[in-house]
Design a protein around this ligand. Structure first.
Ligand code: ARG
Ligand code: GLU
Length: 720
């Protein structure tokens, strides 16, 4: 019996290892830390094929796209794939009533039709380097936290300068494991990136916010761009003379599809994870910060929904705002449920108890680590309250659009009262503010904001005592007879920041003596109270605690690594290039429910609802479906696969990342996680955490069969 149990334990442990998806690994260390496991899971290529310093490797096809997404090069002419939601801003900026690319899609039929995107860049990693010892050499024992930081800044700057001397590259040194290790990243940034193709929104955003973070999913979340370079194949600002970039390598595409159990890996730029925080932090995030944010966003979204359903114009005006408010709202809900279901706080506490006894059993360790957990208790005791205050300031105060907008006039106010600022500079600022105002009012519907003001202020006052709020707000409310509605009525009627005509009149006749009118504007003074409270009271206190936290977390991290010498630690995500690997896999979200790992076009037809914007199906897509006209993109089972799930540990920023198979061929494009697994930024659960990808065959089917842009597929390297 006992023997059997041990056998079962060993067997299960091995099984766990072989299916494990946890970890976001540094490409540089794959060979040392992961290659063996990756091969045991089915990988047929080597770590060197993925990341090599000397030879071209897959990493030469992976890009940081814009500020926070990933993209991959898929042709020798610099063609790149990312998500529709990553290219959304660019697609939107080229859209007008005559050319509504968001609604109808966009396809460049030749290179001259590809559209430039000022402000958009993509970044390629040239190499990375472990510079830990060089950085640590610059540090002396006994340094204070700020001395330490200054020394790190100085040595980093030196290393960065040396690394890029005589090149057009950029280098940055980043801390890993909370400042226990340091790596330098040398990269190359391209600024001429053109829009090549995007499906209509009812393919690229099918399911909208309703399906967001959810499985089963049917979103064709992709868009296509191309990198342009100068005649020497080097990065250059946009120019009509630029030519398509010739990459060192581009991804090959597999049309074989993904099957359950297949090895996959995701190569991209995850933004932030916090896997090594103490239980106090998880408690703070899930019990103090998330709940008011979820509640306040929920109220805001209900108001958006009401007005968006009433008017088509408002629906369009608030589409992007709705998406961005809803995205984190839903993420936080999922995160809280996941943490609860995983019993994550208890799990962390168990780990901490073990750590405590381990530290206590040795005098040296006790001296080094004994004080850490009590120090966290004290720190988070103070931090929690400030986090709450900050959450209300951001989610309630800055949830009011006109508050954020009005504060944009603060610079003009400051300039106007500063004699050193010339009249020309002020004219320049006015010009900027006009553009700023045009952009704001284009998508502003004051009745929404008016109601949001009432509802959010009321919530804030109900949940926080006045002493913790910006002082002026309490006075203002009192002045309006403690009525939120009356207060809102007056502010919205009097302020020039809620009405473009009033604002234009003011700007038309502006001279610096009129600056006072900004100051006394009722919306501006609310904004000033909110931002001022944040800048003067909340932020400095939080910063002080964060500095303490940084040093505690650094020591705790080192302690954890010593305490568990056999565990392989991966560094938390920090927007650097990572490899995460797992298997194509399904999951069971709750008792009696099993989800299949892939979806098909049948599911799109099941979800179709012409009355609901997010579930409209294009007639052309229906025709292809009826005729089963899938070409070489259909699955062997006769259906068109749309999305699939796998156990790769991904995070925000992995949007657009390539999902690759055992041979390193492109299988899909990552775009989301499942709701039940969104706590993976704090704690990963191999049982529940899945990444969601669009099947590359559906993507190419849309490009080729739906859009008739087969010339783009012809550019790619397809492995049938
Ligand atoms: N949840 C995905 C991510 O975090 C997709 C967001 C965009 N889609 C949406 N319906 N809001 O970025
Ligand atoms: N949609 C996310 C992004 O834009 C990726 C999904 C995730 O967070 O895992 O980065």
């Amino acid at each position: 019996m006992k023997k059997n149990a041990i056998f079962l334990f060993v067997f299960l442990a091995a099984f766990r290892l072989a299916t494990a998806g946890e970890g976001m690994w540094l490409p540089l260390l794959l060979e040392q830390l992961n290659e063996k496991e990756m091969k045991s899971m089915g990988m047929r290529i080597s770590a060197e094929d993925i990341y090599s310093i000397n030879n071209s490797s897959l990493k030469d096809a992976i890009l940081l796209f814009g500020r926070g997404c990933t993209a991959e090069i898929v042709s020798d002419k610099g063609l790149i794939l990312t998500n529709h939601h990553c290219g959304y801003g660019q697609i939107q900026s080229h859209s007008s009533l005559e050319h509504d690319y968001l609604t109808n899609g966009f396809w460049a039929m030749n290179q001259s039709e590809e559209l430039p995107n000022p402000g958009l860049s993509v970044t390629l990693l040239v190499r990375m380097e472990d510079v830990t010892s060089k950085v640590l050499q610059a540090l002396k024992p006994g340094m204070s936290e700020s001395q330490r930081e200054a020394a790190i800044r100085e040595i980093s700057a030196t290393l960065e300068q040396e690394a890029v001397k005589g090149t057009h590259y950029k280098a940055v040194v980043k801390p890993f494991y909370y400042g226990n290790e340091f790596y330098m990243f040398v990269s190359e940034t391209f600024n001429d990136v053109r829009l090549v193709g995007a499906p209509p929104s009812n393919i690229g955003k099918f399911g909208g916010d309703t399906d967001n973070w959810m499985w089963p999913r049917h979103t064709g979340d992709f868009s296509i761009f191309r990198i342009y370079a100068n005649k020497n194949n080097e990065p250059a600002e946009y120019s009509a003379d630029n030519v398509p970039y010739t990459p060192k390598s581009h991804l090959k595409i597999s049309l074989k599809g993904a099957e359950k159990g297949d090895f996959t890996f995701v190569f991209g730029y995850p933004g932030t994870t916090q896997e090594y925080l103490p239980s106090n932090a998880i408690q703070m995030i899930t019990q103090q910060a998330n709940p008011p944010a979820i509640r306040l966003r929920g109220k805001r979204l209900a108001i958006f929904d009401k007005y968006q359903n009433e008017s088509n114009l408002v629906r369009i005006q608030y589409a992007a705002k709705h998406a961005s408010v809803a995205n984190y709202w839903k993420k936080m809900i999922g995160e809280n449920r996941g943490i609860q279901k995983l019993d994550a706080i208890n799990k962390k506490q168990e780990l901490e108890n073990g750590f405590k006894s381990w530290a206590a059993s040795d005098a040296g360790r006790e001296k080094m680590y004994g004080g850490i957990l009590p120090a966290f208790d004290e720190l988070y005791g103070k931090m929690g309250r400030l986090e709450e205050d900050q959450t209300y300031l951001i989610e309630a105060g800055l949830g009011i659009e006109a508050v954020r907008f009005a504060y944009g006039f603060n610079t003009l106010l400051i300039q106007s009262t500063d004699k050193k600022v010339t009249d020309e500079a002020i004219d320049e600022q006015i010009k900027k503010l006009r553009t700023y105002a045009d952009a704001f009012f284009k998508n502003y519907y004051a009745p929404i904001d008016h109601e949001v003001f009432i509802v959010l202020m009321q919530d804030w006052f109900e949940h926080q005592e006045g002493a913790r709020m910006p002082g002026n707000l309490t006075m203002e409310l009192l002045k309006h007879g403690n009525s939120f509605t009356r207060w809102a009525d007056v502010v919205f009627e009097k302020s020039m920041f809620t009405d473009q005509q009033r604002l234009n009149k003011f700007l038309d006749r502006y001279n610096r003596r009129k600056a006072r009118q900004i100051e006394v504007d009722p919306m501006f003074s609310i904004a000033e109270a909110i931002y001022g409270h944040y800048i003067r009271a909340i932020r400095p206190s939080i910063s002080g605690l964060e500095a303490t936290n940084d040093s505690l977390q650094r020591i705790y991290m080192r302690g954890l690594m010593e305490y568990q010498p056999d565990k392989r630690f991966y560094p938390d995500a920090n927007s650097t290039l990572r490899v995460t690997y797992g298997k194509v896999d399904d999951y069971s979200p709750r008792d009696a429910v099993d989800y299949r790992y892939y979806t098909t076009l049948e599911g799109i037809m099941e979800k179709e609802d012409p009355a609901i914007y997010d579930y409209v199906v294009e007639p052309k897509l229906k025709k292809l479906y009826r005729e089963k006209d899938y070409g070489r993109y259909g699955d062997r089972d006769g259906t068109m696969h749309v999305c699939f799930t796998a156990s790769n540990h991904t995070s925000v920023g992995n949007s657009g990342s390539p999902v690759l198979n055992a041979d390193g061929y492109l299988l899909g494009i990552n775009f989301d996680r499942n709701w039940e697994g969104t706590m993976s930024d704090l704690m990963y659960d191999p049982d529940q955490c899945r990444n969601i990808s669009i099947d590359i065959r559906y993507c190419l089917f849309i490009v080729d069969k739906f859009a008739g842009a087969g010339h783009l597929v012809n550019e790619m390297t397809i492995v049938e």
